[in-house]
Design a protein around this ligand. Structure first.
Ligand SMILES: O=c1ccn([C@@H]2O[C@H](COP(=O)(O)O)[C@@H](O)[C@H]2O)c(=O)[nH]1
Length: 280
């Protein structure tokens, strides 16, 4: 998490989301390759090359690759490796959750196996023993982002309910509090971060104050309707979080009516960085 904090200081708050659907690849580009898998990987490479100096990190959404089977997962692996060659910080958006012994296998797969990344997203709703196996890797420079208040409209169905005096998402924080406070990094953040969407600004200030020492991964920007104005209250002292945009960046070229996707992705990431900084 310290490295991510430093990346935000250096490059700004943008996390480029590589949720690359084959449908997002411009036809002209796709035609240059004999397989969709090669097209997918080359598309990702170009996006990484075009945005690496603007992006604090890359978030690779495993679902888009898993959906394509083994060959898709090979592209997931190659994309992570390519970003790592560029010394980028990579978040695997895997949203895993399971009993401790199974969670240990997921942790091994995504922290030391073929799919190894710097940080992963976790679903905490099976309780603390579904999270702790991943924390065995925090002294090896790994971290996790736990879903707290997600960006989707249905997040309110459970996360905003009251469990006693506190909302369910606050109870998740309380469940993790002793683990969070156990290893605070150089900049005041734990290796256990929080996923907090920017589509629910009403709760933002409260969430930021309540979730002390948690660095935020903030989805919901762009395609889901969140904007720069929704970010300010989720950050502390101009840092404390990265803001993800996936479709907003990958598909920026469609607004321009040409296929120069890498150029428009870069422009979009620069614009997003600027818009966020202007609000802080
Ligand atoms: O609360 C959440 C948690 C994760 N996500 C993920 O972020 C991206 C958003 O993609 P956009 O195209 O920028 O909308 C995607 O991978 C989601 O699975 C989220 O949206 N909300």
């Amino acid at each position: 998490m310290d490295r991510l904090y430093e990346a935000v200081e250096k490059k700004g708050h943008v996390c480029v989301g590589l949720d690359t659907s084959v449908d997002y690849i411009p036809e002209g580009f796709k035609k240059k390759f004999s397989s969709v898998y090669d097209a997918l990987f080359e598309f990702n490479k170009k996006i990484i090359d075009a945005t690496e100096d603007v992006a604090a990190c890359f978030k690779v959404q495993i679902a888009y690759y898993e959906a394509l089977g083994i060959e898709g997962l090979k592209v997931y692996k190659k994309t992570i490796e390519y970003a790592k060659e560029k010394e980028a910080i990579v978040i695997g958006d895997i949203k895993r959750s399971d009993i401790a012994d199974t969670a240990r296998m997921y942790a091994r797969a995504h922290f030391e196996g073929d799919f190894k990344v710097d940080l992963v997203t976790l679903n905490p709703y099976m309780g603390v023993d579904s999270i702790t196996p991943f924390l065995e890797y925090t002294d090896k420079d790994k971290g996790v982002f736990v879903l707290i208040k997600t960006s989707n409209p249905s997040s309110k169905d459970l996360q905003l309910l009251y469990a006693g005096e506190n909302r369910v998402y606050e109870r998740v924080y309380d469940m993790l509090r002793s683990l969070i406070e156990k290893s605070i990094g150089e900049y005041g953040y734990s290796p256990i971060g929080a996923v907090v969407g920017c589509t629910n600004s009403d709760e933002a200030g409260h969430i930021r104050k309540r979730l002390k020492n948690m660095f935020f991964l903030i989805p919901g920007y762009g395609a889901q309707g969140g904007g720069a104005k929704d970010i300010k209250n989720l950050l502390i002292d101009k840092n404390g979080g990265v803001v993800n945009s996936s479709r907003g960046i990958l598909l920026a070229y469609r607004k321009h009516g040409d296929e120069r996707f890498e150029l428009h992705a870069r422009e979009e990431a620069l614009k997003m960085r600027e818009e966020i900084l202007n609000e802080l």
